[in-house]
Design a protein around this ligand. Structure first.
Ligand SMILES: *Cc1c(COP(=O)(O)O)cnc(C)c1O
Length: 378
């Protein structure tokens, strides 16, 4: 699905010498590399504060702690996503409220969001799934009307942009009260271990979060709030400092592969290719609405599982993201949920298939992948 070594090959010399430099510096946690990375990422995103932390799951948890959410508060998120999002809501003893997604974009369904709001609702967590922003304009409208926090899970969409109707353009993760991301190796900006970050334009919240990631300390050994141990290693920050300048090129390479796929499948009725939200018809060279963390098709002829196996048999990696809806997971099932409220997710788990998507795909590989798929589907 990814070619991390192929990507490493191209920056190997710099990475190797930088890692050695960090080892010899003796500053392994929160050293100068972490501080530099924080500043560089703030510049790249156009956000006032980046708070690096240990991983994308912690980033979500700490963001919710920083906003002061309390047990019993309801937090609305989507049924169709990676479990980390709902996991931290449950861990903090908040009440997760799952809602259905849109079939076109795989992102939060706004009507379902509106329906799920109660007097206990405190926050909305849109997940920018597969690399494209949820409908943030509508989500902000709902949040403003009901006085709710918006926490953007940007683990899959760093580098993507969102354009409002009035033309204002913002980077994913900098639109709501707070945004979170992950630098897990296979993410669009991946380090060589675990890493994550929180973004916010709210300076007061940023101050709270900076202490929370480090045991609630604002002054060494004075613990003002309950915190956690969630810091970014200097080695990972050094790698991210080397990779951040390539992020836009990495996203372009992914979009190029996406265009190839789109074009190959455009006349095949049994394959639905990814749709762009936000009025964008994409695929122009400069469009940065979608950064294709995943390229996910819907297989309509009922043969998704067969195609999945056929591709594996031909040495083509592919995966089902996600095979089980969160409301059907043992850990997160709840008698409050009604199946008819999750029609789209229940359908997607039977039809979606994610194809190889990374920065190193070449036309020969794409040709082989698409031909193998089309030969099978026809
Ligand atoms: C990867 C991911 C996370 C968690 O990130 P980690 O760094 O692995 O903890 C959270 N949400 C989504 C949508 C993700 O894809």
């Amino acid at each position: 699905m990814v070619d991390l070594l192929g990507q490493y090959d191209k920056i190997q010399e710099q990475v190797d010498s930088k890692i050695l430099e960090v080892v010899k510096s003796g500053a392994y946690i929160n050293g100068p590399e972490v501080h530099n990375f924080q500043k560089e990422l703030e510049n790249y995103l156009g956000v006032k504060n980046v708070i690096p932390c240990a991983n994308g799951t912690d980033a979500l948890q700490i963001a919710m702690m920083g906003l002061g959410l309390k047990p019993g508060d309801e937090v609305i998120t989507v049924d169709f996503t990676f479990a980390a999002t709902v996991e931290v809501i449950a861990l903090l003893q908040l009440t997760p409220v799952l809602v259905d997604v849109e079939k076109d974009t795989f992102n939060m369904n706004i009507e379902a969001l509106k329906k799920a709001i109660t007097p206990k609702t405190k926050a909305i967590v849109p997940v920018h799934l597969f690399g494209q922003c949820a409908n943030m304009e509508a989500i902000l409208e709902v949040a403003n009307k009901h006085n709710l926090f918006v926490i953007e899970d940007t683990a899959q969409a760093i580098g993507a942009s969102y354009t409002f109707k009035n033309g204002t353009k913002k980077k994913a993760g900098t639109i709501g009260n707070v945004g979170t991301t992950s630098f897990f190796p296979s993410k669009n900006l991946g380090c060589y271990g675990d890493g994550g970050a929180i973004f916010t334009n709210d300076d007061e919240l940023a101050h709270t979060l900076r202490g929370m990631v480090n045991h609630g300390m604002y002054k060494r050994y004075y613990h003002d709030v309950v915190g956690v141990n969630s810091r970014l290693d200097s080695i990972q920050a050094a790698i991210l400092n080397l990779k951040l300048p390539h992020l836009d090129a990495y996203c372009d390479a992914r979009r190029k592969a996406a265009r190839y796929y789109n074009n190959a499948f455009k006349n095949e009725q049994n394959i639905v290719t990814p749709k762009m939200g936000n009025g964008c018809n994409f695929i122009c060279d400069t469009c940065d609405c979608h950064v294709f963390h995943q390229y996910t098709i819907q297989v309509l002829n009922g043969k998704r599982n067969e195609l999945h196996q056929h591709l594996l048999d031909n040495g083509i990696p592919n995966a089902i993201y996600y095979p089980v809806a969160l409301h059907s997971q043992k850990a997160y099932s709840d008698s409050r949920y009604k199946e008819e409220d999750f029609k789209v997710t229940n359908e997607l788990i039977d039809t979606v298939l994610s194809l190889p998507m990374h920065t190193e795909l070449d036309n020969e590989q794409l040709d082989f992948i698409t031909k193998t798929i089309l030969d099978f589907i026809k």
